[in-house]
Ligand binder design. Structure first.
Ligand code: G
Ligand code: G
Ligand code: MN
Ligand code: NA
Length: 251
């Protein structure tokens, strides 16, 4: 059976579809402020299928609706169990945005879990914001009104236009990992990162740097005034405690 059919079945049974969580920490205190929800799927025939492979298939086949609701619902539920009160960040695909369904789904996930809206962040790429831009802008305004935070994901890699930061309701930008990686070797990339952080701060936006793997990167980002840090330096995406044994057995 092909990937799409296998994914359809997995989502229907919610079988071997997991949500992993990666910590996002305050750049100065190192305290966990949020965790990003990252979907994982283990197929009986294929083993672990990378999200880079199955998320696009879900988007093309319409399965992203089911996948998105599964992740959103579970992420909100799981976050209510976190003793540290950290926020949960959920990735929203372009296909979920601007269709008139997202606000209702978010309300439902919040109501079902009892998670306060202020503890939910949605990660949306610039490219996603572009699709059905007008409807997306409206939805983001409604979500912001609920108290949900909106982060611009993979910032700097899309059809970047700084005007988006003004046009859309954005609370934070996630500086793409490629800039962090390049900054160590390229002074130009380091300058771009510093400028982005500085501009975001002047606009009242917070910044998250992704893919931070070394102390040197952390030190530079901290000096640049970056608000939050995400990356293997602090932790990899990990299953929930109650899934850990099952996941271990699949590895
Ligand atoms: O760990 P990582 O390999 O999880 O993620 C690879 C890509 O898949 C990233 O672009 C990430 O944003 C995306 N991704 C991971 N989880 C989800 C999810 O729940 N929904 C969507 N739409 N994308 C996700
Ligand atoms: O597109 P998005 O930013 O949602 O995807 C985040 C991706 O980055 C996930 O695939 C996640 O597993 C990956 N990731 C998170 N931290 C690190 C890191 O420190 N190094 C690398 N190489 N990848 C990371
Ligand atoms: Mn993300
Ligand atoms: Na990202």
């Amino acid at each position: 059976i092909d990937l799409e059919a296998a994914l359809r079945r997995a989502l229907a049974d919610e079988e071997r579809v997991f949500v992993f969580y990666q910590p996002i920490v305050d750049a100065t205190t190192g305290r966990v402020t949020a965790r990003e929800a990252l979907v994982r799927w283990h197929d009986a025939d294929r083993g672990w299928v990378p999200p880079n492979q199955f998320v696009p298939v879900a988007e093309e086949s319409g399965l992203i609706g089911d996948l998105g609701r599964l992740v959103l619902t579970r992420a909100c539920q799981d976050a209510t169990t976190w003793a540290d009160g950290a926020r949960v960040a959920v990735n929203i695909s372009a296909e979920q945005l601007g269709r008139g369904t997202l606000v209702g789904e978010v309300r439902e996930a919040l109501a079902a879990s009892g998670l306060p809206a202020g503890r939910l962040e949605l990660e949306i790429t610039e490219t996603a914001m572009f699709t059905r831009a007008e409807a997306s802008t409206q939805e983001l305004a409604e979500l912001t009104a609920l108290g949900v935070r909106v982060a611009l994901d993979d910032f700097g890699t899309g059809y970047s236009s700084l005007s988006h930061l003004i046009a859309f309701h954005i609370d934070k930008i996630k500086i793409d990992g490629s800039f962090v990686r390049e900054s160590s070797e390229s002074p130009a990339s380091a300058t771009v990162v510093r400028a982005l952080i500085s501009m975001a701060r002047e606009m009242g936006l917070t910044t998250v740097a992704e893919c931070v793997e070394t102390e040197q990167e952390l030190e530079r980002l901290r000096n640049d005034g970056c608000t939050e840090i995400q990356g293997y330096l602090y932790g990899r995406p990990e299953p929930r405690p109650q899934d850990a044994q099952y996941v271990q057995a699949l590895n």
